[in-house]
Design a protein around this ligand. Structure first.
Ligand SMILES: C[S@@+](CC[C@H](N)C(=O)[O-])C[C@H]1O[C@@H](n2cnc3c(N)ncnc32)[C@H](O)[C@@H]1O
Length: 236
């Protein structure tokens, strides 16, 4: 298992001026991810790292805050995984599905990829765009897109999705996007905290023309640690 987050910095007490949105003021915090000699800064509305954080969020905050603008550990693990592929990403076309705060896509763009970050939630897209700007990365397009209707004229070498497999009702759509939009030789990277709901689609893809691999990451931030799976899918 690979350890991550130990060199990163997160302090829930650091609050920035709130974001004014159509759904009211939203508190913003900063998460700094340091890897090697580079540090990225990401705005988010609160970390949902441990299982307890997740239960608390679902009970108290879900109706108030869009979940895409929270800091989810799957995005941190996927960013680490993306960084291990630094040499392969320059000039590659990357699609991020359900980008939320946009952590892995922004790291991919920092490595020279051309990245399309998509989400259906406007507040998440706004924060995602702020994060791209904050990290002074170029080569990113942020676009409103729903998995139900997503389409693109260009294929992608890499498709990223952190914590997007939680609703089984969306599995067929997400799989169809991968089938239709992954370039030959491309790779799909999904990450999540080993959610049981994710397994049916991963197993089905593995049985039907895809090769599935797994990397485990241990993510530590102030509120605790979580083990995250990064699933790598490529066509056989
Ligand atoms: C659990 S959040 C994860 C956000 C981000 N990837 C991360 O890991 O921090 C799931 C994200 O998927 C987005 N989403 C959910 N259903 C969607 C759909 N049908 N089309 C596009 N985005 C969707 C949500 O708006 C949200 O940003």
């Amino acid at each position: 298992m690979k350890a991550a987050g130990d060199q990163s910095w997160y302090d829930a007490r650091v609050t920035l001026p709130p974001l004014r949105t159509s759904i009211g003021e939203i508190p913003l915090h900063e998460y700094r991810l340091t890897l090697g000699d580079r540090t990225w800064s990401f705005l988010h509305t609160g970390a949902v790292v441990t299982l307890e954080d997740e239960q608390r969020f679902l009970e108290r905050e879900r109706d108030r805050l869009p979940y895409g603008v929270m800091l989810w550990p799957a995005s941190i693990a996927l960013a680490h995984d993306v960084l291990t592929r630094a040499g392969e990403l320059r000039g590659k076309r990357v699609l991020e599905l359900g980008a939320g705060t946009g952590v892995p896509g922004i790291v991919a763009a920092s490595l020279g990829a051309r990245v399309l970050q998509t989400d259906r939630n406007d507040v998440a897209l706004h924060v995602c765009g702020m994060n791209a700007e904050r990290n002074r990365v170029s080569g990113i397009e942020v676009r409103s897109a729903d998995w139900e209707t997503f389409t693109s004229d260009e294929p992608f070498d890499v498709i990223l999705g952190s914590d997007v497999l939680y609703a089984t009702t969306m599995h067929d759509r997400l799989r169809a996007i991968c089938e239709a939009h992954l370039a030959p030789g491309g790779v799909v990277l999904f990450s999540d905290p080993f959610r049981a709901q994710s397994l049916p689609v991963l197993e089905a893809m593995d049985a039907e023309g895809w090769r599935a691999g797994l990397a485990k990451w241990s993510i530590a931030v102030e509120s605790g640690t979580r083990t995250i799976a990064v699933y790598e899918l490529s066509r056989r």
